[in-house]
Ligand binder design. Structure first.
Ligand code: CA
Length: 220
C-alpha cells in the first residue's frame, strides 16, 4: 500500500520512511508543501502523513487543496504543537486523525492501519481469503492453519486486494501500490506475482475479471 510522507525535517522524514517500509508500506516522501500538493494530486495513495509546518505551502493549505480537488485518501496530521485549536482546524480541513510530536512510531503505524481499514470497511486486522489468513498487524499469513511464506511483493498484493473488498483492481493500480517511485514494476510484473500466488495457494485465491482486474474472494 502506497503512503505519502510529508515532512521537512530530514531526520523525522527518514525515520518515518524506514518505519513505514518496515510495516509493509511503499513510501513516497515530500519535503515541502508544493511537492506534497503535487504528489497528492497526481498519485494514488492509500494514506498520507502530513506535517503542518512546511516550507513553501503549509500543511493545512495542502490538505484543503487536496480535498477541494476531490482527493479522498485518509490523512494523518503531524504537528510539533499539541494545540487543540490546530487539531480542530486540521479536522475541519479534512484530516482523519492527528498526532502531536514527539510520537511513538508504533502508535502511528497502528493508527494508519486503522484509518485504512475503516476507509475500506474492513473490520478486523486478520483477513480470511479462502483458506488463506492474512494477519495485517504481524504481516504474516497462514494457509489451512500452517504458516505460509509470502515474499514482500506477494504480501503487498494480497494486503492491497484485501482492503478493496468486492472491487476488481487493475494491474496498473496494483503496480502503483506495490512499487515505490524508485522501483520498476508494471502490469506484467503484477501478472507474474498473481500467477505465483495461484500456484502456491490454488487458482481460486484470486479471481480475474476480464477488462477490470483482480479480485479476492475475501470474507473477514
Ligand atoms: Ca515541519
Amino acid at each position: 500500500m502506497r503512503c505519502l510522507v510529508v515532512e521537512d525535517d530530514p531526520d523525522i522524514q527518514a525515520d518515518l520512511k524506514r518505519a513505514l517500509e518496515a510495516a509493509g508500506f511503499v513510501v513516497d516522501v515530500a519535503g515541502d508543501g508544493d511537492a506534497a500538493w503535487y504528489a497528492g494530486d497526481v498519485e494514488d495513495y492509500a494514506i498520507a502523513v502530513l506535517d503542518l509546518g512546511l516550507p513553501r505551502l503549509d500543511g493545512l493549505s495542502v490538505l484543503r487543496r487536496w480535498r477541494a480537488a476531490g482527493r479522498a485518501f485518509p490523512v494523518m496530521i503531524l504537528s510539533a504543537r499539541g494545540d487543540w485549536t490546530e487539531k480542530v482546524e486540521g479536522i475541519e480541513a479534512g484530516a482523519d486523525d492527528y498526532m502531536a510530536k514527539p510520537f511513538q512510531m508504533g502508535e502511528l503505524v497502528a493508527r494508519l492501519r486503522g484509518l485504512i481499514r475503516r476507509g475500506a470497511g474492513v473490520l478486523s486486522t486478520v483477513v480470511s481469503i479462502g483458506r488463506l489468513r492474512l494477519d495485517t498487524t504481524r504481516m504474516a499469513a497462514t494457509f489451512d492453519g500452517a504458516p505460509a511464506r509470502l515474499s514482500p511483493l506477494e504480501y503487498r498484493l494480497l494486503d492491497y486486494l484485501a482492503h478493496q473488498p468486492g472491487r476488481a483492481v487493475s494491474a496498473g493500480e496494483l503496480a502503483e501500490h506495490l512499487y515505490g517511485a524508485t522501483e520498476s514494476g508494471d502490469a506484467n510484473a503484477i501478472e507474474a506475482i498473481v500467477a505465483r500466488l495461484r500456484r502456491k495457494f490454488g487458482p481460486e485465491l484470486i479471481t480475474t475479471r476480464r477488462g477490470f482486474g483482480y479480485l479476492l474472494d475475501a470474507a473477514a
